[in-house]
Design a protein around this ligand. Sequence first.
Ligand code: GLY
Length: 348
Amino acid sequence: MNLQTSRTVLSSARDVVILGAGLIGLATALELADRGASVTVIECGRSLASASTAAAGMLAADDPCNHESLRDLSHLSIERYPGFLRRIEQLSGLQVPFQTETTLQYIAGGPALRLSEHSIDPRQLAVALLAAIGSTPIQLLESTRVTSIQTDASGNRLRLEDGSSLAARAILYATGAWTSETSLLLEGESLSVSPRKGQMLRVRISPSHPLQEVHRSERIYIVPRTHGPQAGTAVIGATVEEAGFDTAVNQHDLDGLRSLAAALIPSLGSIDDAPTVESWAGLRPATPDLLPMLGSGLQSGRFVATGHYRNGILLAPATAVVMADLLEGRSPAVDLSAFSPLRFHATS
Ligand code: GLY
């Protein structure tokens, strides 16, 4: 699909409508807009209000717990991250610094690995990315619901709750944990993504024991914030729960996270030494095999970028590039066959 040509063909239509203004949707919108496409992003709530700002922000490309199939996409994202953050800074005037440079990865029964790995503060990223998007021609419609989508040879027509409609050459689903619900709008398309709740807390770190590195085992991570509004605190996470769309936190689970963290850094076990600043729960988008869905949907003109599960912050820049490539009809630099959105559709 040549986006430049499509604009001529559908003069009043958008080249791409992206459903979902999470990090994946907005990063892809920015990439497409930088390539000359006209883009509208439709979000039923507020932008970047869910998993994108609930995350700890580790760019954990080499976490030994990651699925092998994620390796190339993760490394593409790590390569792209500095340029992604620079572009956001150019547009917004806001820096999003790396918070940490090293991760201590604890392996059961073995010595800890010292990984060269960055983390960011996703809330700092959200502020800067929204300012960046606001400085581009990208149209961002928040608190807006799509009630139906009709697709024919000329493209897609989306009807909105207020009765208005808009046309789009292509639609990209970037709807995170809500993808299964949203895909019902499309006849024949059923995308299986469900929420996996993660409870977390943020604690104040004593200035006498500053933390500069991420500490991570299979069950727990501690992610210090060293720059910006959260400097001097650390995020401790996270539970992994199948609890539907529930985002309640409970003290028992937070206490459990604290004691796992204290096994790695004993001072985190004490509420006096490390008082709680806040706690929250986010909803990770999980596919049945826990790998993302990146690619075309069942019908032409429909694309999917969702299911990033525990790696949405890491994978956003690479996802933006490969999805923009697909939307332009180019072959992405990374083999996406393991991530086909059609892999769960039974063939008859
Ligand atoms: N990305 C960390 C988590 O899912 O808890």
